[in-house]
Design a binder for this molecule. Structure first.
Ligand code: GTP
Ligand code: MG
Length: 607
């Protein structure tokens, strides 16, 4: 059968997974009565909850006797390291751009990678149904972006479709007929070249993504570069530098058919398949017949930019919710994660009571921690640290820098520019983006962005949109001020009392509600001043002989600040920790004892 391999790339939320739903549906990949969830490919629990794609996934549809393998990619920059490798297994890309938002940082990033690989993209201006769509202007912006990214003549001549992935239509003229996605299927078959692959050479494929299947174990997905893969055939694997990693058999061979992974006996060069049976092989390694000697060329995996320490939960409330609490089970779990997820590196400290995990972004860490707490783990998490590099020539210290694009109402631009420049951001561009909004672009050290997102939402009353993307390494920019407020620290154990919280409200915003468990050293609120304050949130009203009316005792409390896991991690300072259990996320001082903290502060002041 004729084959086409394509990837769908775009900025986060521009509608990739929704479009795949419709491609599956309109190609007749579902049975007539099959119940299919919306964004069917976002199949894992956290993907469904958060409405984002975390792992790239493969599917395939048949259109007029041509099999089209489709790879849906994550749009969020934290998971974007995968996209580059995925482009190595396809011969064409659909670049989706939201008809209202236009090209965004991740569009530029993934498009740049696709153009450099020599792929000729098909542009889909998506969500044309949006009332604020501006397809004409967006089309021009996309052309400018291609030019900016040094597209070749052939690439600049890109075909464009106007579409609503959600409503299931695409058309080559903006005012053309809005029937179905046939124009998109036709364009894919006409414009994407069939894979160039030699079925007569020995078998070789590059492992491109890795997943754990509860039944089959380690599953490696890739495009068969040459030859034929057969069930149970003996294979070996080679690392990028050509070392032999292991010898094994292909105990499972799976083809992607709609939403299913279908076992198959044989697959030929050019097709995308998943294989099982290898234990040590990972992404960017070559799986091949025993007689092959050279590894296939592969891009190195992006280095991590952020690190966090995971340690045992040693708060007084430890062990109440979770069954998995010891440093040994935590370390084992993290090692397993790093085996299956190439974006993470894991290292135990010398004392073996904490594990340093390095990765790429706060969201990526958030997803890992959330997964672990659902599995019953309790953890203490430190503030993320940026990983520095030293310039090989000058030995100068370098730090990761990100490109940040912010859309805000004009009224909020001042405060955003002010806050960003305090975080050592450089304003690159400021221009109107329609509807009284401004689009600001900055280059800013990753260090400066930790913890900014929550503040940004408050400053712009929730109306601002911010997106960020790894830009590169630049010379260290000097110290950046941290959180400006101190915190309110409990000096009592027990449970928070409404009356006490009501009295504390004038000191700052609370993080706890009446009845919540507290302990000495736990952070229960933000202080409105810059110093930390020890307070007693458990202190009730003095009872007197004369009973007051019950009305008098019912205090009205401002609802507490509810932080998500990621917000909590971004909020804390170096001398603080986030306590994570299956049921709770609490903030605490690293040193719980007030005297220990005083001593540490004195020592720090003396230095
Ligand atoms: N108006 C409109 N909304 C759409 C369309 N396609 C998708 N959406 C909405 O846009 C949101 C994001 O859609 P997804 O398909 O998850 O986007 P995605 O590009 O896969 O997102 P990530 O994988 O997280 O990068 C959802 O709320 C969709 O309902 C469309 O054609 N029109
Ligand atoms: Mg998606």
């Amino acid at each position: 059968m004729d084959i086409r391999n394509i990837a769908i790339i775009a900025h986060v939320d521009h509608g990739k997974t929704t479009l795949v739903d419709q491609l599956l549906r309109q190609s007749g990949s579902f049975r007539a009565n099959q119940q299919v969830a919306e964004r069917a490919l976002d199949s894992n629990e956290l993907e469904r909850e958060r409405g984002i794609t975390i792992l790239a996934k493969c599917t395939s549809v048949v259109w007029r006797d041509v099999r089209i393998n489709i790879v849906d990619t994550p749009g969020h920059a934290d998971f974007g390291g995968e996209v580059e490798r995925i482009l190595s297994m396809v011969d064409g890309v659909l670049v989706l751009v939201d008809a209202a938002e236009g090209p965004m940082p991740q569009t530029k990033f993934v498009l740049g990678k696709a153009l450099r690989r020599g792929l000729k993209p098909i542009v889909v201006i998506n969500k044309v149904d949006r009332p604020d769509a501006r397809p004409g202007a967006v089309h021009n912006e996309i052309f400018d972006l291609f030019a900016l990214l040094d597209a070749s003549e052939g690439q600049l001549d890109f075909p464009t479709l106007f579409a609503s992935g959600r409503d299931g239509w695409a058309t080559s003229e903006f005012d053309g007929p809005r029937h179905d996605l046939a124009p998109l299927f036709e364009l894919i078959i006409a414009r994407v070249p069939p894979p160039e692959a030699d079925p007569d050479a020995p078998f070789a494929m590059l492992a491109t993504t890795l997943e754990y299947d509860p039944f089959l174990g380690r599953m490696l997905t890739g495009r068969i570069h040459s030859g034929v893969a057969r069930l149970n055939m003996p294979v070996k694997s080679l690392s990028r530098d050509g070392r032999i990693l292991e010898q094994a058999r292909l105990t499972k061979l799976l083809a992607f058919r709609g939403l299913e992974h279908r076992p198959t006996e044989e697959a030929r060069a050019g097709d995308i398949v998943a294989v099982a049976g290898l234990q040590l092989t990972t992404v960017a390694d070559t799986i091949c017949a025993p007689e092959v000697t050279a590894a296939l060329p592969a891009d190195p995996i992006d280095p991590p930019t952020l690190a966090m320490t995971f340690s045992v939960n040693d708060s007084p409330l430890a062990g109440r919710d979770g069954g998995k609490v010891t440093s040994r089970v935590i370390a084992e779990r993290l090692h397993r994660e790093a085996e299956g997820n190439v974006a993470f590196k894991v290292q135990e400290n010398a004392a073996r009571d904490a594990v340093e995990v390095s990765g790429r972004g706060e969201l990526q860490f958030g997803v890992l921690i959330e997964t672990m707490r659902r599995e019953g783990f309790e953890l203490s998490i430190s503030r993320p640290r940026v990983l520095f590099k030293s310039d090989p020539k000058s030995g100068q210290r370098q730090e990761p820098v990100e490109e940040v694009i912010i859309d805000v109402d004009e009224d909020f631009a001042g405060i955003v520019v002010d806050k960003m420049s305090r975080r050592k951001a450089e304003l690159q561009e400021m221009r109107p983006s329609g509807g009284g909004k401004l689009r600001l672009s900055f280059l800013v050290p990753t260090r400066g962005l930790i913890g900014y997102h929550g503040e940004f939402l408050t400053d712009t009353r929730g109306s601002g949109v911010m997106s960020r993307l790894f830009h590169g390494y630049a010379p260290y920019k000097g110290p950046i001020e941290g959180r400006r407020n101190g915190v309110l620290i409990s000096n009592a154990p027990g449970a928070a009392v409404a009356y006490a919280l009501w009295n504390l409200e004038e000191r700052g915003a609370m993080f706890v509600s009446p009845g919540d468990a507290i302990y000495p050293g736990m952070i229960i609120g933000a202080h409105s001043r810059d110093n930390d304050l020890d307070v007693n949130p458990a202190k009730g009203k003095q009872l007197t002989n004369i009973r007051t009316t019950s009305k008098d005792e019912a205090v009205r409390l401002t609802p507490p600040v509810q932080m998500s896991l990621e917000e909590a991690i971004a909020y804390i300072e170096d001398d603080e920790l986030v306590e994570v259990t299956p049921k709770a996320v609490r903030l605490r001082k690293r040193l719980l004892d007030i005297n220990d903290r005083r001593r540490a502060n004195r020592a720090a002041a003396a230095e």
